[in-house]
Write a protein of this length. Structure first.
Length: 378
């Protein structure tokens, strides 16, 4: 028997930058501009206790940024297996339910991230060690099927988009990752196909996404090839995947001007996006931020470089009419995951998001606004 908490049931080195756009007026939210083009802007956010210093809806200052700028939200971690599946029989959805309630109370839609993050280091311990018994395929289908069916039935009419699978392609080789779960299925393809068909059956009106971080920076060619191979396989096998989620954790290496970097990266990146869209996939920017850990310390210089690099990237992405949703991976530098993942040597915070650590808009905010304002209507 599967246990679901009560709340879950109720909630069933670069050169100096070129000039960058002026900061957007705080009164004009980013999603308001996006809506004029048939698009949406949003962000990830977290659960937090009242008064906690987090990028949470319970932090009044952070909540104000979300309400000002966002029309769509996604939980940063609170919908992942590690957060909601303490064991094989239990779903703990209390935190996610609080987050969904906040989104709906403020007129925002919600993405579901993710039904399966296929990286073993992010599996719950019990899943990595699970004994699938004498009939592993049957038991694997039961474990994964129960997870997907439960969440789709609870939230299929409240969540507009599911990242059905996240990061199943190896960065270097482009091969599909293996895990206890994929081995029990007899292979990763069988597991992936089952996941998408199950999600479509139980959430028929929801966008189904494959989400990954294959980046436009050099060195990611194998990763991009593997993602295209996966997407091509989906089409050949009739797998119901609608959209490629392009995480867009972009970053500057510090080894050239913004113009030189963009000139080198744009053509292969467009080739990748062209290949995906020509197969009939839509695009979503699901986790946008700009890693600045190798840039100079002066915040004005950093902000200018980040803004110009982001402007070039967004111009490319927005040129594809298949793109509708754009979500930042956090709104405020104070809470960006990059401060822990790629800390700066000078101990200052990364300036990776639209707002600084004092909740004030930066040049990046203006760049995002101008990208929406200049986009063709969808």
């Amino acid at each position: 028997m599967t246990d679901i908490t009560r709340r879950g049931l109720l909630g069933a080195g670069a050169a100096l930058a070129l000039p960058f756009p002026a900061l957007a007026q705080a009164a004009e939210g980013l999603n308001a501009v996006a809506k004029t083009k048939g698009m949406r802007f949003g962000s990830c956010f977290a659960w937090g206790a009242p008064g906690a210093d987090r990028g949470s809806f319970a932090n009044p200052k952070y909540a104000e940024l979300l309400k000002r700028d966002c029309g769509i939200l996604v939980p940063e971690n609170e919908f992942k297996w590690q957060a909601i599946r303490p064991d094989a029989k239990t779903f703990n959805l209390d935190h996610f339910s609080d987050m969904l309630d906040f989104a709906e109370a403020n007129g925002m839609t919600m993405r579901g991230h993710t039904l399966l993050w296929h990286k073993t280091q992010y599996f719950p311990k019990w899943l990595n060690e699970y004994d699938f018994g004498a009939s592993p395929i049957k038991e694997a289908e039961r474990i994964l099927g129960t997870h997907i069916r439960t969440l789709c039935k609870l939230y299929g009419n409240r969540i507009v988009s599911f990242d059905v699978v996240n990061e199943t392609v190896e960065e270097g080789s482009g091969a599909l990752r293996t895990s206890s779960l994929s081995k029990a299925f007899g292979g990763a393809e069988a597991m992936l196909d089952f996941a998408y068909h199950t999600a479509r059956e139980h959430a028929p009106g929801v966008e189904l996404v494959y989400n990954d971080y294959m980046s436009w920076e050099p060195g990611n060619e194998g990763h991009r090839y593997g993602v295209l191979k996966l997407l091509e396989g989906f089409r050949k096998r009739g797998v119901p995947c609608d959209t490629l989620g392009v995480q867009s954790h972009i970053g500057l290496t510090g080894d050239g001007t913004v113009g030189a970097l963009v000139s080198r990266q744009e053509k292969p990146w467009r080739t990748f996006l062209d290949s995906a869209t020509q197969m009939g996939y839509r695009l979503a920017v699901t986790e946008f931020d700009v890693d600045d850990h190798l840039l100079p310390g002066d915040p004005k210089i950093r902000d200018g470089i980040v803004a110009n690099y982001a402007a070039a990237y967004l111009e490319i992405m927005f040129s594809y009419p298949q793109l509708r949703d754009v979500l930042a991976w956090g709104m405020c530098d104070r809470f960006t995951w990059l401060n822990g993942y790629k800390p700066r040597k000078d101990k200052t915070l990364q300036r990776a998001t639209p707002y600084n650590d004092q909740y004030q808009p930066k040049a990046l905010h203006g760049v995002i606004r101008d990208a929406f304002a200049g986009a063709a209507a969808r």
